[in-house]
Design a protein around this ligand. Sequence first.
Ligand SMILES: [Zn+2]
Length: 420
Amino acid sequence: MKHLDDDLMQVTLKPGTDRGYDFVSDSEIVALKQFQPPVGIMSIYLDVRPETLAETPVLTRFKDAVKAIRTHQEAQWNHDDKVRFNMLVEALEDDLREEALTPHGRTLVLFAAPSRIRPKRGKVDYALFKTYYLPDAVPDLIEWGQTPVLTPLLVLRDAHPQTGLMLFNREEGRFFLYHLGEVEEYNIGIKNEDGSALSKASPWHGYGEHNHQQWQKEHQARYFRNVAAVLSKVAQKTKWEWIVLASPDIQEAKHLYNYLPDMLKERVIGEIALPMAATITEIRDTVKPIVDAAEAEEEKATVQFWQQELAKPDGLAVSGVADVVEMTQEYRIETLIYSEGFIQPGWQCSDCGSLVADILTEKPSKCPYCDASYLLEKSDIIGELALKVMHAGGTIEVVQHAETKALVDTETFIGAVLRY
Ligand SMILES: [Zn+2]
């Protein structure tokens, strides 16, 4: 299909509009990762689900975390550091008090990096201040350090596959990304070979103006082949893991499935009917249950496979923190599986970077891998393990659906499926 040379097709997301949640893009995460705070940065993840708020208010949890930070770090601060930290905490308390009035989403994420300027008259200047409302709950995590803590954000992204949706009819095609409960529409620029824009006579699916009376079987087959080719290209460019096919006529969506290459067929999780003019909100509400069901199913299948492997004498599976840490160090993890909300502290060797953790929570005297004696305390070793697995090309499965939870039967479950 001539219109689809890579250089002639641009795929970008349109800026968002009406939403209750935030869509954290890859580029925002990269920007946060590269950001160098002038003095330090406060990373805040707070579970703001109604049931959690009823138990302990946001402000109480924040104050407790700040107390812990002071206990651990204050000895290393000079007078200016202390003043700045106190001002920052006061300002953030005000912000959180305000946020508590209108909670939305399930997790409030906040990054606050004060500028070097010493605050005057109670006003903090920020080098960076960012809030996000995530549609999923992550455990509380509040840290003050030299770099932002991005682990929960990254893990959340990996635990939920990016789902692409194509809404099409014979006149046009619209493309959407569903991720973490939010939907965004793509701008897809498809051009002719010479770079000129498409027209009615040469529309998006490559089928010219036609005589309706002559709309024969072969024309129809060509239309679906062309639509399938466009979808393949877009799916490749956008790295969609799952796909939903949508058309005003559900039969067209179902029919298109047959024209997809096998590699894409495997990723289709639903065919649905939607009007071409569907709004982002309509699309979100329609796609969410489909993705939820697919996630629940995948989660269960992963845990069941893990159980089967674990039962074999030479099965490709391990269980428990100590074994998972060891396998992570050896880059042998294909899929890391753990209970939602499982948080455990551990250590990282400042020499070789190895992670150290066990069911015992006592700090070891030296690194078991290189014998170095300086071990850095990590408040969320599970998140660190998950990051390491992701960097090595593995995937993350967070156990969060009731049916799968019943299979592992513990709040502190961790296991892994191995590559070899
Ligand atoms: Zn070491």
